[in-house]
Design a protein around this ligand. Structure first.
Ligand code: 8IG
Length: 282
C-alpha cells in the first residue's frame, strides 16, 4: 500500500476493504460541519407516503443534499427527496436528523449502502431512530392510509447488515417503550409483523399468503435491515408502517405506485401529527 492510500482510506462502501463505520464517521463529520452541531438526538427515515410529515416535527434549520455527504447517493424512487434535514424538535431544544429518502436493497448497491443512514445517525449520537415506510397490508381491517406500529419483522432478504461473527440480539428490535409512547399519542394504533421482501416487484398473491402463514401482517421492501443495523449500534427503534395498498391478492385490483403516493397524500395529516407528537416525547 502506498503512503497516500494509507493516509486516505476509501470511502467507497462497495469496496470490501472499506470500513463502513469509518464512512459513517466521515458522513457525520460533514453533517456536524454543516449544522454546527456536535450531536443529534433522534433520526427519522421517511419512507413512501411519509415525505411531507417531517415538516410538522419542527423548523428545518439545515438541509443537506445527500450527494454532499460521503456514502449517500441520489434518491432512486419517484416521490422521494434526495436530502437530509436537521430539524428542531418543537421547542424542546433537541434536534432530529430527518432522512428524506433511503437506499433500498433492490437498488443493488449492497447492504452497507442500505444501512449507511442508520450508521451515520449513530455516529452523530442519535440514541433513537424512527423508521417509517409505505407497505402492503394483509389485514382487511387496515384500509390504505392506516398507520401501523411494527412489533417485529421477518427478514426475507437473506442478507444481514452485520459483517463477521457479531451475534446481535434481536429479541426486542422494535423497542416496546417506544410503541407504548406512540399509543399514548394515538390509542387506536394497531401493531403488526413486517415482512421484508427483496423487491422491487411486488409479491405474487401466493407470496402474500406465505407471508400471512408465517406470521406477517405487512409486506414491504425496507426497514428490517435498517432496524438490525440500528440494534447493532445500540439505538432504540420505532418502526411505523403506512399501509398504502392492500397486498397482492388481498384486493381485487392490481397495485400501482400512483395509488401508493395517493394514499400517502391522504394520510399525511394523521401521520404527520403522529410523528411530530411521538418525536416530541422521545
Ligand atoms: I408502498 O404491497 C408498498 N411497498 N413488498 N409490497 C411490498 N412493498 C410495498 C408494497 C407491497 N406496497
Amino acid at each position: 500500500m502506498t503512503d497516500i492510500a494509507a493516509a486516505s482510506p476509501s470511502l467507497d462502501l462497495a469496496d470490501p476493504a472499506t470500513d463502513p463505520f469509518a464512512v459513517a464517521d466521515a458522513a457525520a463529520a460533514v453533517i456536524r460541519e454543516r449544522t454546527g452541531l456536535e450531536t443529534h438526538d433522534v433520526a427519522l427515515v421517511l419512507g413512501s407516503g411519509w415525505g411531507q410529515t417531517g415538516d410538522l416535527i419542527g423548523e428545518t434549520l439545515t438541509e443537506i443534499d445527500n450527494t454532499d455527504v460521503p456514502g449517500f447517493g441520489r434518491a432512486a424512487v419517484a416521490g422521494h427527496s434526495g436530502t437530509m434535514r436537521s430539524v428542531a424538535i418543537g421547542d424542546t431544544g433537541r434536534r432530529a436528523l430527518v432522512f428524506g429518502t433511503r437506499t433500498h436493497f433492490y437498488e443493488g448497491k449492497g447492504v452497507r449502502a442500505v444501512v449507511h443512514n442508520v450508521r451515520t445517525a449513530a455516529a452523530l449520537g442519535c440514541r433513537t431512530i424512527v423508521l417509517t415506510n409505505g407497505c402492503g397490508g394483509l389485514r382487511e381491517e387496515w384500509p390504505p392510509g392506516t398507520p401501523v406500529l411494527i412489533r417485529d419483522h421477518i427478514n426475507l432478504t437473506a442478507h444481514s447488515p452485520i459483517e463477521g461473527a457479531n451475534f446481535v440480539d434481536l429479541t426486542d428490535v422494535y423497542t416496546p417503550r417506544l410503541r407504548d409512547l406512540a399509543r399514548e399519542v394515538d390509542a387506536g394504533l394497531d401493531e403488526g409483523v413486517y415482512v421484508q421482501f427483496r423487491g422491487p416487484h411486488y409479491e405474487t398473491p401466493a407470496e402474500v399468503q406465505m407471508a400471512k402463514v408465517i406470521g406477517g401482517d405487512l409486506v414491504g421492501m425496507s426497514t428490517s435491515l435498517e432496524a438490525i443495523a440500528a440494534r447493532q449500534s445500540g439505538m432504540d427503534v420505532l418502526g411505523i408502517s403506512l399501509v398504502t395498498n392492500p397486498a397482492a391478492g388481498i384486493s381485487k385490483t392490481p397495485l400501482n405506485h400512483e395509488e401508493v403516493l395517493e394514499a400517502g397524500r391522504n394520510a399525511a395529516q394523521r401521520c404527520g401529527k403522529l410523528l411530530a407528537a411521538v418525536v416530541a416525547k422521545i
